[in-house]
Design a protein around this ligand. Structure first.
Ligand code: BV8
Length: 248
């Protein structure tokens, strides 16, 4: 029976013969796992806030309790969430390609759980906590009613190990992602609105390097008209079909 998703033979050949693949993912790849995308992450009582105002150091300074609680709610909503077929397809592709780099804007850790190894978390990880003063990762702290809890070493507030708006990305991860985008044969932009910089700039880097650039997103983005292929499909449907076609 033919696959319900037709993959252009040129793309199948590109993936099969690729020596280096780079991927940028956004919240859309986790949508089919039930994780709200960033702009609809404000479900329920968070609906009245703008995420770009909550996910900032200023918001944390002004109201650390509110920002800590928003992330605590988002962490709790990740309980029981599993990687979906789109995540697993990217892990399969990594196992087939000599050089594979996955840069993600997501903070949910689902790519690693799906089996991807070379994952660059450009915006941190919601399950990691760090000291807001020392920056060190704090894996555990004494139980306390205080929200946010305090660093056991210096007593400053703890915060999520997340890159907020106005904060620099980890320069080593960004540099590695840029190198991968500039050196790849094939670049996949999956489930991202591609408006947040500097992460979205990776698509420009891949385009400038004349890579075959593929966008997978049910909605258009600023790059839709410039990429080699744009598939308005859910990544959980398209990516498994691409893997079936390229690696039967
Ligand atoms: C920096 C962690 C500089 C937090 C995030 C003007 C004023 C002020 C600042 C700026 C400005 N212009 C540019 C900036 C910089 C700013 C920025 O880009 N702002 C944007 C809003 C314009 N960037 C920064 O601040 C960055 N830092 O520039 O620092 C600097 C330099 C020196 C010294 C000091 C500072 C930091 C950016 C990182 C912010 N943190 N996340 C948290 O998660 O709580 S960003 C957050 O939103 C996400 O991580 C992600 O990166 C970003 C966008 O989200 P997406 O992942 O794309 O998700 P979104 O919901 O937008 O879209 C989902 C897509 O999926 C949709 O297109 C949808 O159609 C699609 N989809 C849905 N279902 C599916 C699907 N696709 C496939 N399959 C499906 N089933």
């Amino acid at each position: 029976m033919p696959d319900p998703v037709a993959i252009p033979p040129e793309l199948v050949e590109r993936l099969r013969s690729a020596k280096s693949v780079a991927v940028l993912t956004g919240a859309g790849i986790s949508a089919e796992s039930g994780v709200p995308t960033f702009r609809d992450a404000l479900t329920g009582h968070w609906a009245r806030f703008n995420p770009e105002e909550l996910a900032t150091p200023e918001a944390f300074r002004k109201n650390p309790r509110q920002v800590w609680s928003w992330y605590a709610d988002r962490r709790a909503s990740l309980e029981g969430v599993e990687p979906n077929p789109g995540h697993f397809a990217l892990a399969e592709i990594e196992s087939r390609i000599p050089r594979f780099t996955l840069a993600t804007q997501n903070v949910d850790g689902l790519h690693q759980r799906a089996g991807n190894r070379n994952v660059l978390e450009l915006h941190g990880n919601i399950t990691r906590t760090k000291c807001s003063t020392e920056g060190r990762i704090v894996p555990a702290w004494p139980v306390s009613d205080e929200i946010p809890p305090r660093c056991p070493h210096c007593r400053a507030f703890l915060r999520p190990d997340i890159v907020w708006f106005g904060e620099e990305l980890p320069w080593d991860k960004l540099a590695a992602a840029r190198d991968a985008a500039l050196g790849c044969d094939l670049f996949l932009a999956v489930g991202t609105s591609a408006v947040v910089l500097p992460a979205a700039g990776l698509v420009d880097e891949a385009l400038s390097a004349k890579a075959c650039v593929v966008e997978i997103n049910p909605n258009p983005t600023p790059y839709t008209g410039r990429v080699s292929f744009a598939f308005a499909q859910p990544s959980g449907v398209f990516l498994p079909a691409l893997v079936r076609a390229a690696f039967p």
